[in-house]
Design a protein around this ligand. Structure first.
Ligand SMILES: *[C@@H]1O[C@H](CO)[C@@H](O)[C@H](O)[C@H]1NC(C)=O
Ligand SMILES: *[C@@H]1O[C@H](CO)[C@@H](O)[C@H](O)[C@H]1NC(C)=O
Ligand SMILES: *[C@@H]1O[C@H](CO)[C@@H](O)[C@H](O)[C@H]1NC(C)=O
Ligand SMILES: *[C@@H]1O[C@H](CO)[C@@H](O)[C@H](O)[C@H]1NC(C)=O
Length: 380
């Protein structure tokens, strides 16, 4: 094969190749297959013009979990590294890492690789952006940013978009292969682990689309005192008015789909030119690094709750802050209002729910004991 033919092939591959985070615990590591697939690129497929079932959890990828017991480890107050690449071949998960370079396309580029550098082997894309790797950017400077979010649920079949809270933002990515995300003071996951999700909304430079991929994950080294996450809000476009940005816990950005888009884009162009692109950056109110403002601040009638003696107030505040803690919410509500509990939730359901809410078993026992006591009373 001539050098020209080879480079045309390489370019053709580069032009279609997009990026995803590869790591332990990922769904779809073998694409839509249950056998080892080292030369795999299915999960890099951009999500575009799809209905919700097509984009959420990367569509069919939700049916291809990691091996039993394999999780992405998320160290509380620490950091973790994943490999961003356009094919599993360019990661350490394939071929013993022999095809790995510093870059997501398994090629070698200068450290400051950008469209300001001319490399005849890797010309710009048709829209004048970096051709390979396909970063939807002119260089590191305008790489849109990528994130990890977390849902404190173990069952991917019951998880909803509104369960996911963005907990780490890595600005100016994707760029190189290795990407390290900082982690805030996350509480522990339920015993079956959490579901995490990687996300990226590129800043134009090609088709406007988005990327997401689910992972089975576990928070390691969680502190018993860690507070639960608040209920995440949908982020809003706030490029020209940062005061309008949504503060606190935020959901993932969904855009460019046939259904389920959650951002209202402004008319006209964005400040840096091009159509408004709701990336994980200041345009959507995201700050760099560990998202430390995502936790429940327990308040009772506007006053901060400081101590565990106010545990039941914290329970109420936490339950109010999440929409899926009905068990705890109804237990406490029934106890305080009527002294009866209509039905006693099973201990395991309550444990899961309470752990998910509080990450601190101390809170569980008063709730469980009060519930049991009330249930016995109501059944005498
Ligand atoms: C991976 O797949 C591509 C295209 O599908 C093919 O050209 C390439 O040779 C494969 N690489 C390996 C190492 O099998
Ligand atoms: C999106 O999908 C719909 C329905 O499949 C199709 O009619 C439409 O042309 C697509 N839009 C784009 C921009 O591809
Ligand atoms: C990229 O880095 C190289 C080596 O440090 C330097 O010679 C070159 O001027 C840089 N190019 C740009 C466009 O910054
Ligand atoms: C290209 O160089 C110009 C001038 O130094 C700089 O302003 C611009 O940010 C560079 N572009 C990229 C993509 O690095």
């Amino acid at each position: 094969m001539s050098t020209l033919a080879l480079s045309v092939l390489v370019l053709a591959a580069g032009a279609h190749a997009h990026q995803v985070a590869w790591a332990k615990g990922m769904y779809c590591k073998n694409g839509l297959s249950k056998t080892d697939s080292p030369n795999e690129s299915y999960p890099i497929n951009p999500l575009f013009n799809l209905t919700t079932s097509g984009w959420f959890l990367h569509g069919q990828c939700k049916n291809y979990p990691p091996p039993a017991g394999e999780y992405l480890s998320i160290p509380a107050n620490g950091k973790f590294t994943v490999e961003i690449a356009s094919n599993r071949a360019w990661t350490t998960f394939s071929y013993g890492g022999t095809k790995v370079t510093d870059w997501p396309d398994g090629r070698v580029h200068p450290n400051n690789w950008s469209t300001n550098i001319t490399d005849p082997n890797f010309p710009p894309s048709s829209v004048g952006c970096i051709g390979s790797p396909n970063l939807h950017a002119h260089g590191k400077i305008d790489a849109a940013g990528t994130v990890f979010s977390i849902a404190y649920k173990s069952d991917i079949k019951s998880v909803k978009l509104s369960d996911f809270t963005v907990f780490s933002v890595l600005p100016n990515t994707p760029f190189k292969r290795l990407a390290t995300y900082q982690v805030p003071n996350l509480p522990a996951c339920p015993s079956g682990g959490c579901i995490c999700m990687w996300g990226w909304v590129p800043n134009g430079c090609g088709q406007s689309n988005m990327y997401q991929l689910p992972f089975k994950c576990k928070v390691t080294g969680a502190k018993l005192t860690a507070t639960p996450l608040g209920k995440p809000k949908v982020p809003v476009w706030c490029q020209s008015n940062q005061k309008a940005c949504v503060k606190g816990p935020k959901q993932m950005v969904i855009q460019y789909q046939a259904s389920g888009n959650n951002v209202v884009l402004p008319p006209g162009m964005q400040a840096e030119g091009g159509w408004p692109s709701p990336g994980y950056n200041s345009k959507m109110g995201f700050t760099a690094g560990a998202q430390t403002d995502i936790f429940v601040t327990a308040t009772v009638k506007g006053q901060a709750v400081e101590t565990a003696s106010a545990a039941s107030a914290a329970v109420t505040a936490a339950a109010a802050a999440t929409d899926d803690d009905d068990l705890v919410a109804s237990s406490t509500a029934s106890v305080t209002t009527s002294g009866t509990v209509v039905g006693l939730p099973t201990a395991s359901a309550l444990t899961g729910s309470a752990r998910r809410s509080f990450g601190h078993e101390t809170y569980l026992f008063p709730v469980l004991h009060i519930s049991l006591f009330s249930w016995i009373l109501s059944h005498l």
